[in-house]
Structures are given as structure tokens and as C-alpha cells.
Design a binder for this molecule. Structure first.
Ligand SMILES: [Fe+2]
Ligand SMILES: [Fe+2]
Length: 373
């Protein structure tokens, strides 16, 4: 700790106790009674501000894709349960997180394959990266899936994923709050007694009923923990961004930025996970801000870079990167002719429900960070 930090801790009434042989012996004594002196850990467990142990990281799709495809030859969905290559943040390997308390992975399935139906306490979402014929069945609602579609598998719902026999190899990104559920010691996992669940409703009934931006089925539908719209199609999402861009300058920090919502409540799609899509217009470079919350991004279109706490991450279509809590971040579109789109999922519903959400813009340097690495 520097002199300046030492001084700051002392003046603010923070722990600033030098080790003496008497104190060290005392710590040993109380440790034998399964106890400890708070002043030895206080500054660590109560930092001045969130101090994420996650690193800002980029996962390049071109580099990972061959390994994801190779898993097709190595294990079956039955053997693996779910055939997924997960994204391991160097600072969060102990909890298998991509960032903070969020898990993410790339799942691959060949035509004709289907994983057995299951449910869990973790909330889950999927963002389709490539292939044709992918489907998900959530509590009897079967959905057909295409590239850049965003799908919910809310916690507690039976779900299974597969690829139709006449489709092509599919890869999608999974996003779950598994690390959070484990931190809360609240995680259950169950396999469907019949391994398969029936399809109860007409195919794609969720989008047909709830997919209109301004209309919803009349009447009461009962309170739900999650959005009755389970699939958000890329075409409608991109149309919405373009329409919004015609009438708005967007956010200085995120460009044309829209949240996926529960059409019944206007709130987040699930209790613990939220998601958004943002469009950076040609040449756009946003200002830096930081937020209490963890974010996983996937480039859905175009190319560009983000600067996260001074680290520049260059991304193109299908690359994935993360922004840890309370780290400065800004985004830039590399093209001056094409727009770039970033899909994002995050834990802001948790932060907001607990009254913890905070954000601030970078005031210095015209709102831009210096690139340090
Ligand atoms: Fe699942
Ligand atoms: Fe942000």
C-alpha cells in the first residue's frame, strides 16, 4: 500500500494496524477458535468502491470455433449433458464465470441431435450464432431459431434444445447466472422424468402472441416471473434500432441502445438477467462510463473496439467480450460506412432490485480513456 493510501485509510478511520509479534501471536490464538480480527480484513472486504476480481477479456470466435466444432467428435449430448465450451475469466476460474457472477459458453449441436429436457434454478438465455434448424422447447412452447435471435429459458421452466434433422450444425452462446445461484447457495437441477417434454402450444406461439412492439393479447394473464415473449427475433430488433436512430441521438455512452423487455411489465426479461442490443452508427465512438453490474457482449454485426479500464478489445462479428463491474468502458464502430451492433446480457435486474445500481460518466479527457494496453 502506498503512503498516500495508508494516509487515506488512517484519516478515514480505516484499519491501519502494524504487525507486532504480540499481535501476530494474538491472531494465531483467535484463529484456533475459528475467529479473526476484523481490522486485518476490513479494508479488503469493505473496499471504497466495487473492486472486481474479473479481468476485461475478449474471446475471438475465429480462434474458439474450431475447438467448439471438435467437441462434436469427442462427446455426445447424452454423455456431456450439454455440449458446451465455457468462457473462463482469468480472475473468476474458481466460480466458472465469464465475468462477475455470470456464466457464458458456446454450445454446439449437429442436425438430428436434441439434449434431454431439464430445469434449474439458474435463469438462462441463448443468442444464436450460426446454423439452421435450431429449436428450443420451453414449457411446451416450441420455438424455431435463426442467427441473432435471442431466446429465454427462465429459471424453473422445463427446456430442451436441438437441431432438426434437415438443419445445419448450430452454435449458440449460452448465458446463465449459475455462479450467482451457487453464491446464494440456491441452485437446483432436475432432469425431466420422461427425458422429453411434449409440445403443448402451436409452434412459435410466443412470438405470434407477444412479439408485437405495441400490442398484447387483451385481458389478464396472471403475474409471471419472466417475459411471456420467449424469443426476440433479429429482424424486429434491428428494425427497432433503425427506427429509433431516425428520431434520436441515442446515449452518449451506448449509441442507439434498446433493452429487451417483458411486454407485460415493461421490465427486464427475467428476474436476475437483463439484455439489450445497441447500434453504433458509422464512425461512432461513445464516451466512457462505468456501472455497478457485470456485462457480457457479443458483436452481432460489424466490427469495432471497446476500451475497458484502459484495455483495448478489438471485436468483429461473433466475438464475445466482457465488462466487469465498475470498470470504465466505451465502444467504437471501426467502420465509417456500416453500423455495428452489440448484443449484451447483464445482471442489472439484481443490482436494481437490491438498490445497488449506480453509474457515472468519465468527466476528464473529453470522456475518453487513455489506452494503456
Ligand atoms: Fe438448461
Ligand atoms: Fe455501459
Amino acid at each position: 500500500m502506498s503512503f498516500r493510501e495508508n494516509y487515506r485509510e488512517a484519516v478515514a478511520g480505516r484499519a491501519n494496524v502494524a504487525d507486532t509479534s504480540e499481535l501476530l501471536a494474538y491472531y494465531d490464538e483467535i484463529e484456533r477458535h475459528h475467529a479473526g480480527a476484523l481490522w486485518t480484513v476490513a479494508n479488503k472486504i469493505e473496499p471504497w468502491e466495487p473492486a472486481s476480481s474479473s479481468a476485461p477479456m475478449l474471446w475471438q470466435y475465429d480462434a474458439l470455433r474450431p475447438h467448439v466444432l471438435r467437441s462434436l467428435e469427442l462427446v455426445t449430448p447424452e454423455e456431456a449433458g450439454r455440449r458446451v465450451v465455457y468462457l473462463a475469466n482469468s480472475g473468476r476460474r474458481d466460480v466458472t464465470a465469464a465475468v462477475g457472477w455470470l456464466y457464458s459458453g458456446l454450445q454446439v449441436m449437429a442436425p438430428g441431435e436434441c439434449a434431454s429436457s431439464h430445469r434449474h434454478s439458474a435463469s438462462a438465455l441463448r443468442f444464436i450464432m450460426e446454423g439452421t434448424g435450431a429449436f428450443t422447447n420451453v414449457d411446451g412452447h416450441k420455438m424455431t431459431l435463426s442467427a441473432n435471435d435471442f431466446v429465454l429459458t427462465p429459471n424453473g421452466t422445463w427446456h430442451e434444445h436441438g437441431v432438426e434433422a434437415d438443419g445445419a450444425i448450430c452454435i449458440w452462446q449460452d448465458g446463465l447466472d449459475i455462479p450467482l445461484m451457487n453464491a446464494l447457495e440456491a441452485n437446483f437441477y432436475e432432469v425431466h422424468p420422461d427425458l422429453k417434454q411434449p409440445i403443448i402450444f402451436p409452434i412459435d406461439d410466443s412470438t405470434a402472441s407477444w412479439g408485437s412492439a405495441a400490442l398484447k393479447p387483451a385481458g389478464e394473464h396472471g403475474p409471471k416471473r419472466y417475459s411471456p415473449l420467449l424469443k426476440y427475433e433479429w429482424e424486429r430488433t434491428y428494425d427497432a434500432l433503425q427506427a429509433f436512430a431516425r428520431v434520436s441521438d441515442g446515449s452518449p455512452f451506448d449509441g442507439i441502445h434498446m433493452d429487451y423487455i417483458n411486454p407485460e411489465t415493461g421490465g427486464a426479461v427475467m428476474l436476475t438477467l437483463g439484455a439489450s442490443m445497441q447500434m453504433l452508427r458509422p464512425g461512432e465512438h461513445t464516451h466512457a462510463h462505468r456501472e455497478v453490474g457485470s456485462f457480457v457482449y457479443q458483436c452481432a454485426k460489424g466490427s469495432g473496439f471497446s476500451i475497458v479500464n484502459g484495455k483495448r478489445l478489438d471485436w468483429k462479428e461473433r466475438d464475445i467480450f466482457c465488462v466487469p463491474a465498475w470498470m470504465w468502458h466505451e465502444h467504437a464502430n471501426a467502420s465509417v460506412t456500416e453500423d455495428a451492433c452489440l448484443f449484451c446480457f447483464h445482471d442489472l435486474p439484481v443490482m436494481k432490485a437490491l438498490g445497488l445500481y449506480r453509474a457515472e460518466g468519465l468527466a476528464e479527457n473529453g470522456g475518453r480513456q487513455p489506452v494503456l494496453s
